[in-house]
Design a protein around this ligand. Structure first.
Ligand code: PMP
Length: 360
Protein backbone atom coordinates (compact mmCIF):
# COMPACT_ATOMS: atom_id res chain seq x y z
CA UNK A 1 0.00 0.00 0.00
CA UNK A 2 1.76 3.20 -1.18
CA UNK A 3 0.86 6.47 0.50
CA UNK A 4 1.32 10.04 -0.70
CA UNK A 5 4.41 10.99 1.28
CA UNK A 6 4.81 14.75 1.77
CA UNK A 7 8.14 14.47 3.61
CA UNK A 8 10.70 17.23 3.02
CA UNK A 9 13.46 14.67 2.73
CA UNK A 10 14.28 11.88 2.51
CA UNK A 11 11.31 12.18 0.23
CA UNK A 12 9.08 10.24 -2.11
CA UNK A 13 10.82 8.54 -5.04
CA UNK A 14 9.19 7.82 -8.41
CA UNK A 15 7.35 4.49 -8.14
CA UNK A 16 8.68 3.11 -11.47
CA UNK A 17 12.20 3.67 -10.12
CA UNK A 18 11.41 1.71 -6.95
CA UNK A 19 9.94 -1.08 -9.04
CA UNK A 20 13.04 -1.27 -11.20
CA UNK A 21 15.26 -1.34 -8.11
CA UNK A 22 13.15 -4.15 -6.64
CA UNK A 23 13.20 -6.07 -9.90
CA UNK A 24 16.95 -6.00 -10.43
CA UNK A 25 18.15 -5.92 -6.82
CA UNK A 26 19.02 -9.59 -6.18
CA UNK A 27 20.73 -10.19 -9.54
CA UNK A 28 21.90 -6.94 -11.07
CA UNK A 29 22.73 -7.18 -14.76
CA UNK A 30 23.31 -10.92 -14.53
CA UNK A 31 26.10 -10.48 -11.98
CA UNK A 32 24.47 -12.71 -9.37
CA UNK A 33 24.85 -9.79 -6.97
CA UNK A 34 22.99 -6.62 -6.13
CA UNK A 35 24.39 -3.28 -7.28
CA UNK A 36 25.20 -2.62 -3.61
CA UNK A 37 27.62 -5.52 -3.62
CA UNK A 38 29.73 -4.77 -6.69
CA UNK A 39 33.01 -2.86 -6.77
CA UNK A 40 32.75 0.83 -7.54
CA UNK A 41 35.83 0.36 -9.72
CA UNK A 42 34.37 -2.48 -11.78
CA UNK A 43 33.32 -1.88 -15.40
CA UNK A 44 29.62 -2.38 -14.69
CA UNK A 45 29.46 0.25 -11.96
CA UNK A 46 31.65 2.71 -13.86
CA UNK A 47 29.11 2.48 -16.68
CA UNK A 48 26.28 3.30 -14.23
CA UNK A 49 28.28 6.23 -12.86
CA UNK A 50 29.07 7.61 -16.30
CA UNK A 51 25.52 7.23 -17.58
CA UNK A 52 24.15 9.02 -14.52
CA UNK A 53 26.49 11.93 -15.13
CA UNK A 54 25.68 12.03 -18.85
CA UNK A 55 21.93 12.05 -18.14
CA UNK A 56 22.29 14.81 -15.55
CA UNK A 57 24.38 16.84 -18.01
CA UNK A 58 21.73 16.34 -20.66
CA UNK A 59 18.85 17.30 -18.33
CA UNK A 60 20.49 20.51 -17.10
CA UNK A 61 22.42 21.27 -20.34
CA UNK A 62 25.60 21.44 -18.25
CA UNK A 63 28.38 22.96 -20.40
CA UNK A 64 31.66 21.07 -20.87
CA UNK A 65 33.62 23.57 -18.77
CA UNK A 66 31.74 22.44 -15.65
CA UNK A 67 32.67 19.38 -13.60
CA UNK A 68 29.97 17.23 -12.01
CA UNK A 69 30.98 15.63 -8.71
CA UNK A 70 29.15 12.86 -6.84
CA UNK A 71 30.20 13.34 -3.22
CA UNK A 72 29.27 12.34 0.34
CA UNK A 73 28.58 14.45 3.40
CA UNK A 74 25.30 16.07 2.40
CA UNK A 75 24.69 19.72 1.67
CA UNK A 76 25.97 20.36 5.19
CA UNK A 77 29.36 19.03 4.14
CA UNK A 78 29.33 21.58 1.33
CA UNK A 79 28.68 24.41 3.80
CA UNK A 80 32.32 23.75 4.86
CA UNK A 81 33.74 22.53 1.54
CA UNK A 82 32.75 25.73 -0.27
CA UNK A 83 34.77 28.16 1.86
CA UNK A 84 37.64 25.64 2.04
CA UNK A 85 37.80 25.33 -1.74
CA UNK A 86 36.95 28.84 -2.85
CA UNK A 87 38.22 31.22 -0.16
CA UNK A 88 41.04 31.85 2.29
CA UNK A 89 40.66 32.76 5.97
CA UNK A 90 41.17 36.42 5.00
CA UNK A 91 38.77 36.45 2.03
CA UNK A 92 35.48 38.28 2.11
CA UNK A 93 32.61 35.92 1.33
CA UNK A 94 29.08 37.19 0.70
CA UNK A 95 25.94 35.40 1.91
CA UNK A 96 22.24 36.15 1.51
CA UNK A 97 20.16 35.14 4.52
CA UNK A 98 16.64 34.06 3.57
CA UNK A 99 16.00 31.56 6.37
CA UNK A 100 17.07 28.45 8.26
CA UNK A 101 19.31 26.86 5.65
CA UNK A 102 21.06 30.10 4.71
CA UNK A 103 21.71 30.62 8.42
CA UNK A 104 23.31 27.20 8.74
CA UNK A 105 25.52 27.89 5.71
CA UNK A 106 26.53 31.26 7.18
CA UNK A 107 27.30 29.72 10.57
CA UNK A 108 29.58 27.11 9.03
CA UNK A 109 31.31 29.69 6.80
CA UNK A 110 32.24 31.68 9.93
CA UNK A 111 34.37 28.71 11.03
CA UNK A 112 36.45 29.04 7.86
CA UNK A 113 36.43 32.73 6.91
CA UNK A 114 37.07 35.81 9.02
CA UNK A 115 34.93 38.05 6.81
CA UNK A 116 31.53 36.52 6.30
CA UNK A 117 29.41 39.36 5.04
CA UNK A 118 25.62 39.03 5.08
CA UNK A 119 24.64 41.20 2.11
CA UNK A 120 20.90 40.95 2.70
CA UNK A 121 18.74 39.50 5.46
CA UNK A 122 15.05 38.72 5.15
CA UNK A 123 14.37 39.19 8.87
CA UNK A 124 12.24 42.31 8.29
CA UNK A 125 9.72 40.10 6.53
CA UNK A 126 10.15 37.37 9.16
CA UNK A 127 11.79 35.31 6.42
CA UNK A 128 8.66 35.24 4.30
CA UNK A 129 10.16 37.07 1.32
CA UNK A 130 13.36 37.58 -0.67
CA UNK A 131 14.92 41.05 -0.39
CA UNK A 132 15.20 42.54 -3.92
CA UNK A 133 18.74 42.56 -5.22
CA UNK A 134 18.67 46.36 -5.55
CA UNK A 135 18.78 46.46 -1.72
CA UNK A 136 21.75 44.11 -1.30
CA UNK A 137 25.05 45.41 -0.06
CA UNK A 138 27.47 43.21 -2.06
CA UNK A 139 31.25 43.22 -1.68
CA UNK A 140 33.00 43.90 -4.99
CA UNK A 141 35.96 41.74 -3.96
CA UNK A 142 34.03 38.76 -2.53
CA UNK A 143 35.46 35.29 -3.23
CA UNK A 144 31.88 34.23 -3.97
CA UNK A 145 28.25 35.04 -3.19
CA UNK A 146 26.20 32.23 -1.63
CA UNK A 147 22.42 31.99 -1.56
CA UNK A 148 19.70 29.41 -0.99
CA UNK A 149 17.35 29.42 -4.00
CA UNK A 150 14.72 27.46 -2.05
CA UNK A 151 14.37 27.55 1.74
CA UNK A 152 12.99 24.10 2.50
CA UNK A 153 11.62 25.02 5.94
CA UNK A 154 10.19 28.47 5.23
CA UNK A 155 8.92 27.60 1.76
CA UNK A 156 10.55 30.72 0.29
CA UNK A 157 11.95 30.54 -3.21
CA UNK A 158 13.93 33.12 -5.19
CA UNK A 159 11.92 34.39 -8.16
CA UNK A 160 15.20 35.49 -9.80
CA UNK A 161 18.81 34.39 -10.23
CA UNK A 162 21.11 37.00 -8.65
CA UNK A 163 23.44 39.01 -10.90
CA UNK A 164 26.95 39.00 -9.45
CA UNK A 165 29.20 40.07 -12.33
CA UNK A 166 32.65 38.56 -11.87
CA UNK A 167 31.91 37.27 -8.36
CA UNK A 168 31.16 33.53 -8.61
CA UNK A 169 27.57 32.71 -7.70
CA UNK A 170 27.23 29.68 -5.38
CA UNK A 171 23.81 28.15 -4.74
CA UNK A 172 22.35 25.50 -2.44
CA UNK A 173 19.84 23.85 -4.76
CA UNK A 174 19.13 20.95 -2.35
CA UNK A 175 15.36 21.33 -2.41
CA UNK A 176 14.72 22.65 -5.91
CA UNK A 177 17.27 21.11 -8.29
CA UNK A 178 15.68 19.42 -11.32
CA UNK A 179 12.27 20.93 -10.54
CA UNK A 180 12.41 23.02 -13.76
CA UNK A 181 14.97 24.16 -16.36
CA UNK A 182 17.99 26.06 -15.04
CA UNK A 183 20.69 28.11 -16.77
CA UNK A 184 23.82 26.57 -15.24
CA UNK A 185 26.05 29.15 -16.94
CA UNK A 186 24.86 31.78 -14.45
CA UNK A 187 26.56 29.88 -11.61
CA UNK A 188 30.08 29.23 -10.42
CA UNK A 189 28.90 26.34 -8.26
CA UNK A 190 25.62 24.52 -7.68
CA UNK A 191 25.23 21.89 -4.97
CA UNK A 192 22.42 19.70 -3.70
CA UNK A 193 21.86 16.85 -1.29
CA UNK A 194 20.18 13.98 -3.13
CA UNK A 195 17.33 13.08 -0.80
CA UNK A 196 14.63 15.30 -2.35
CA UNK A 197 14.63 15.44 -6.14
CA UNK A 198 17.58 13.16 -6.93
CA UNK A 199 17.49 9.89 -5.02
CA UNK A 200 18.36 8.30 -1.69
CA UNK A 201 20.26 10.21 1.00
CA UNK A 202 24.03 9.82 1.10
CA UNK A 203 24.87 11.45 -2.20
CA UNK A 204 25.63 15.12 -2.79
CA UNK A 205 25.90 16.59 -6.27
CA UNK A 206 28.30 19.46 -6.96
CA UNK A 207 28.38 21.18 -10.35
CA UNK A 208 31.40 23.48 -10.46
CA UNK A 209 32.93 25.67 -13.14
CA UNK A 210 36.45 24.53 -13.98
CA UNK A 211 38.14 27.85 -13.32
CA UNK A 212 37.15 27.53 -9.64
CA UNK A 213 39.14 24.32 -9.21
CA UNK A 214 42.66 24.33 -7.82
CA UNK A 215 42.11 27.06 -5.20
CA UNK A 216 41.54 24.79 -2.20
CA UNK A 217 43.38 25.49 1.02
CA UNK A 218 46.10 22.96 1.88
CA UNK A 219 44.07 21.82 4.92
CA UNK A 220 41.04 20.84 2.80
CA UNK A 221 40.12 17.17 3.37
CA UNK A 222 40.88 15.38 0.11
CA UNK A 223 37.36 13.91 -0.12
CA UNK A 224 36.05 17.49 -0.37
CA UNK A 225 38.81 18.88 -2.55
CA UNK A 226 36.97 19.61 -5.79
CA UNK A 227 40.06 19.41 -7.99
CA UNK A 228 41.17 16.06 -6.53
CA UNK A 229 37.67 14.63 -6.69
CA UNK A 230 37.24 15.81 -10.29
CA UNK A 231 40.57 14.23 -11.24
CA UNK A 232 39.51 10.96 -9.60
CA UNK A 233 36.04 10.82 -11.17
CA UNK A 234 34.52 11.35 -7.68
CA UNK A 235 36.15 8.08 -6.61
CA UNK A 236 39.11 9.12 -4.49
CA UNK A 237 37.34 6.94 -1.96
CA UNK A 238 34.31 4.64 -2.08
CA UNK A 239 31.33 6.69 -3.25
CA UNK A 240 27.75 6.04 -2.08
CA UNK A 241 27.21 3.54 -4.89
CA UNK A 242 23.60 2.61 -4.24
CA UNK A 243 22.48 6.25 -4.08
CA UNK A 244 24.43 7.02 -7.26
CA UNK A 245 22.74 4.10 -9.06
CA UNK A 246 19.25 5.16 -7.95
CA UNK A 247 20.02 8.78 -8.89
CA UNK A 248 20.83 7.52 -12.39
CA UNK A 249 17.43 5.80 -12.57
CA UNK A 250 15.72 8.99 -11.38
CA UNK A 251 17.53 11.06 -14.05
CA UNK A 252 16.33 8.60 -16.70
CA UNK A 253 12.79 8.76 -15.28
CA UNK A 254 12.83 12.57 -15.54
CA UNK A 255 13.98 12.30 -19.15
CA UNK A 256 11.11 9.89 -19.83
CA UNK A 257 8.69 12.41 -18.30
CA UNK A 258 9.78 14.93 -20.94
CA UNK A 259 12.77 16.48 -19.18
CA UNK A 260 12.87 19.59 -17.04
CA UNK A 261 10.48 21.68 -19.14
CA UNK A 262 7.72 19.10 -18.64
CA UNK A 263 8.71 18.61 -15.00
CA UNK A 264 8.58 22.37 -14.45
CA UNK A 265 5.13 22.71 -15.97
CA UNK A 266 3.84 19.86 -13.82
CA UNK A 267 5.41 21.33 -10.67
CA UNK A 268 4.11 24.82 -11.40
CA UNK A 269 0.58 23.47 -11.82
CA UNK A 270 0.74 21.33 -8.66
CA UNK A 271 1.95 24.24 -6.52
CA UNK A 272 -0.53 26.73 -8.05
CA UNK A 273 -3.43 24.42 -7.25
CA UNK A 274 -2.37 23.93 -3.63
CA UNK A 275 -1.75 27.64 -2.99
CA UNK A 276 -5.08 28.49 -4.62
CA UNK A 277 -6.85 26.07 -2.27
CA UNK A 278 -5.07 27.58 0.76
CA UNK A 279 -5.79 31.18 -0.32
CA UNK A 280 -9.44 30.40 -1.03
CA UNK A 281 -10.00 29.21 2.53
CA UNK A 282 -10.29 31.23 5.75
CA UNK A 283 -9.22 28.09 7.62
CA UNK A 284 -5.76 27.65 6.06
CA UNK A 285 -3.03 30.18 5.48
CA UNK A 286 0.46 30.47 4.03
CA UNK A 287 2.57 33.43 5.21
CA UNK A 288 4.93 33.67 2.22
CA UNK A 289 5.00 36.62 -0.19
CA UNK A 290 3.13 35.26 -3.25
CA UNK A 291 6.05 36.28 -5.50
CA UNK A 292 8.43 34.05 -3.50
CA UNK A 293 6.34 30.98 -2.82
CA UNK A 294 8.16 27.69 -3.20
CA UNK A 295 7.00 25.19 -5.80
CA UNK A 296 8.49 22.40 -3.69
CA UNK A 297 7.70 23.10 -0.02
CA UNK A 298 4.33 24.54 0.92
CA UNK A 299 3.99 25.45 4.61
CA UNK A 300 0.52 26.23 5.93
CA UNK A 301 -1.21 26.74 9.25
CA UNK A 302 -4.70 26.00 10.50
CA UNK A 303 -6.88 28.78 11.91
CA UNK A 304 -7.30 26.55 14.97
CA UNK A 305 -3.80 25.25 15.85
CA UNK A 306 -5.28 23.09 18.61
CA UNK A 307 -6.47 20.90 15.73
CA UNK A 308 -2.95 20.31 14.31
CA UNK A 309 -2.63 16.84 15.85
CA UNK A 310 -6.09 15.80 14.67
CA UNK A 311 -5.31 17.08 11.18
CA UNK A 312 -2.09 15.05 11.02
CA UNK A 313 -3.70 11.90 12.42
CA UNK A 314 -6.67 12.05 10.04
CA UNK A 315 -4.41 12.85 7.09
CA UNK A 316 -2.28 9.84 7.90
CA UNK A 317 -5.38 7.64 7.99
CA UNK A 318 -6.25 8.98 4.53
CA UNK A 319 -2.81 7.94 3.22
CA UNK A 320 -1.33 11.46 3.31
CA UNK A 321 1.79 11.25 5.44
CA UNK A 322 4.54 13.46 6.86
CA UNK A 323 2.60 16.71 6.70
CA UNK A 324 3.96 18.11 9.99
CA UNK A 325 5.91 21.35 9.60
CA UNK A 326 9.59 21.43 10.56
CA UNK A 327 10.11 21.05 14.31
CA UNK A 328 11.46 24.62 14.45
CA UNK A 329 8.26 26.22 13.08
CA UNK A 330 5.36 23.81 13.63
CA UNK A 331 2.17 23.98 11.57
CA UNK A 332 2.03 21.94 8.39
CA UNK A 333 4.26 21.58 5.37
CA UNK A 334 3.53 19.72 2.17
CA UNK A 335 6.68 18.93 0.21
CA UNK A 336 5.67 18.25 -3.36
CA UNK A 337 8.87 17.32 -5.18
CA UNK A 338 9.09 15.83 -8.67
CA UNK A 339 7.99 12.37 -7.55
CA UNK A 340 4.73 13.62 -5.98
CA UNK A 341 2.11 12.97 -8.66
CA UNK A 342 -0.60 15.59 -9.32
CA UNK A 343 -3.09 13.07 -7.85
CA UNK A 344 -1.28 13.36 -4.51
CA UNK A 345 -1.83 17.11 -4.45
CA UNK A 346 -5.47 16.64 -5.49
CA UNK A 347 -5.95 14.12 -2.68
CA UNK A 348 -4.43 16.56 -0.16
CA UNK A 349 -6.69 19.40 -1.33
CA UNK A 350 -9.79 17.17 -1.09
CA UNK A 351 -8.76 16.12 2.40
CA UNK A 352 -8.16 19.74 3.48
CA UNK A 353 -11.59 20.82 2.22
CA UNK A 354 -13.29 17.94 3.97
CA UNK A 355 -11.38 18.62 7.21
CA UNK A 356 -12.36 22.29 7.07
CA UNK A 357 -16.02 21.37 6.46
CA UNK A 358 -16.02 19.22 9.59
CA UNK A 359 -13.90 21.42 11.88
CA UNK A 360 -13.75 24.92 10.36
N1 PMP B 1 20.18 22.93 2.47
C1 PMP B 1 18.86 22.80 2.26
C2 PMP B 1 18.16 23.82 1.43
C3 PMP B 1 18.17 21.71 2.79
O1 PMP B 1 16.87 21.57 2.58
C4 PMP B 1 18.88 20.75 3.56
C5 PMP B 1 18.22 19.52 4.15
N2 PMP B 1 16.89 19.55 4.35
C6 PMP B 1 20.24 20.96 3.79
C7 PMP B 1 20.86 22.04 3.21
C8 PMP B 1 21.04 19.99 4.60
O2 PMP B 1 21.22 18.84 3.87
P1 PMP B 1 21.94 17.54 4.43
O3 PMP B 1 21.08 17.02 5.53
O4 PMP B 1 21.99 16.67 3.22
O5 PMP B 1 23.29 17.93 4.91
Amino acid sequence: MRVFNFSAGPAMLPFPVLEQVREELPDWQGSGMSVMEVSHRGKAFIRVAEEAEADLRELLSIPSDYKVLFLSGGATGQFAAIPLNLATWASTVDYVNTGSWSKKAIGEARTFCSRVHVVADAKDSNYSSVPPQSEWNCSPDAAYLHYTPNETIGGVEFPFVPETGDVPLVADFSSTILSRPLDVTRFGLIYAGAQKNIGPAGLTIVIVREDLLGRARPATPSIWNYQKMAADGSMSNTPPTFSWYVAGLVFRWIRQQGGLAAMGERNRAKAAKLYAAIDASPFYSNPVDPACRSWMNVPFTLARPELDKTFLAEAEKAGLTNLAGHRSVGGMRASIYNAMPPEGVDALIDFMREFERRHG
